[in-house]
Design a protein around this ligand. Structure first.
Ligand SMILES: NC(=O)c1ccc[n+]([C@@H]2O[C@H](COP(=O)([O-])OP(=O)(O)OC[C@H]3O[C@@H](n4cnc5c(N)ncnc54)[C@H](OP(=O)(O)O)[C@@H]3O)[C@@H](O)[C@H]2O)c1
Length: 247
């Protein structure tokens, strides 16, 4: 039986290429998009292009209501998920709150909401960035995030403190904080959700609307690096191009 994957932010950029790749490999692909029409349009185009099975799912990862509604719709359709790719993200230029709500709380919100729909052999792939490497953080926050004993609640509390201005200086900006925290979340969820596999994958610097024209990597290269997580056997790790890298 075909496997089903949900890709957030699947309407353009790396997410769209991930949808294309998985549809070509025979997956049933749910093209997540915060704009319903954009998701449907992308699904239709990729169906024509690949001959695969894709459909749009409206999901704004920064909204509890939207994510809950998407989960309910999938439940109503008796869908089971074999993989989630938490790809939706925003870069610099947004407020710190929007950045963290999308890049950190988004994957957490989506994963927890979809958990009851996921099979025991499912994978979760969190799309991270080299800008979230611990080496970009000050020593205190690098130690906090790399602590093996950090819990989900503690991690969330550190991010809330950052956003509330109670602990503003992490040695990097909100985007770097969001992806560093996402890598720590990957580790925490890998333990919490076992036997489901949870990994972070980094696409590298890619020519998309986000990465810009000067990025050295194609969208195909970026998506291929991300796709590794969908069938990964390891859990709680960070990968680029199929090789484990330091978080
Ligand atoms: N490009 C790079 O060089 C690079 C490097 C490292 C990591 N990454 C990561 O790779 C992922 C994809 O990046 P990209 O380059 O493909 O970016 P992109 O071209 O800007 O596309 C971003 C995607 O995320 C969606 N999105 C943003 N906020 C959302 C929300 N609240 N709910 C649902 N969808 C939302 C966008 O939807 P709309 O069309 O509705 O805006 C769009 O589909 C991101 O997580 C990014 O941080 C990218």
């Amino acid at each position: 039986m075909a496997k089903t994957v949900l890709v957030t932010g699947g309407n353009r950029g790396i997410g769209q290429q991930v949808c294309r790749g998985l549809a070509t490999q025979g997956w049933d692909v749910l093209v997540g998009s915060r704009d319903k029409q954009k998701g449907t349009r992308t699904a239709t185009r990729l169906r024509e292009e690949t001959g695969g099975r894709l459909r749009g799912v409206e999901i704004d990862v920064a909204s509890d209501t939207s994510v809950a509604a998407a989960a309910q719709k999938l439940r109503d359709g008796a869908l089971k998920l074999d993989a989630i790719v938490n790809n939706a993200g925003i870069f610099r230029g947004a407020t710190a709150t929007d950045t963290l709500e999308t890049n950190f709380f988004g994957p957490l919100r989506v994963t927890l909401a979809m958990r009851p729909l996921m099979t025991d052999t499912a994978t979760v792939t969190n799309v991270t960035s080299g800008l979230g490497e611990l080496s970009n953080l000050d020593a205190k926050h690098a130690a906090l995030l790399s602590s093996p004993s950090i819990t989900r609640d503690a991690l969330v509390e550190h991010i809330r403190a950052f956003l509330a201005g109670r602990d503003p200086d992490w040695g990097t900006d909100a985007y770097g904080v969001s992806k560093a925290a996402l890598n720590a979340l990957t580790r925490v969820l890998a333990t919490e959700l076992a036997p489901i596999k949870v990994n972070s994958t980094c696409p590298g610097w890619v020519r998309t609307d986000m990465g810009g024209r000067n990025a050295p990597r194609t969208v195909e290269q970026g998506a291929s690096s991300v796709l590794f997580g969908v069938t990964a056997k390891a859990t709680g790790r960070v990968f680029r191009d199929g090789r484990e890298i330091a978080p």
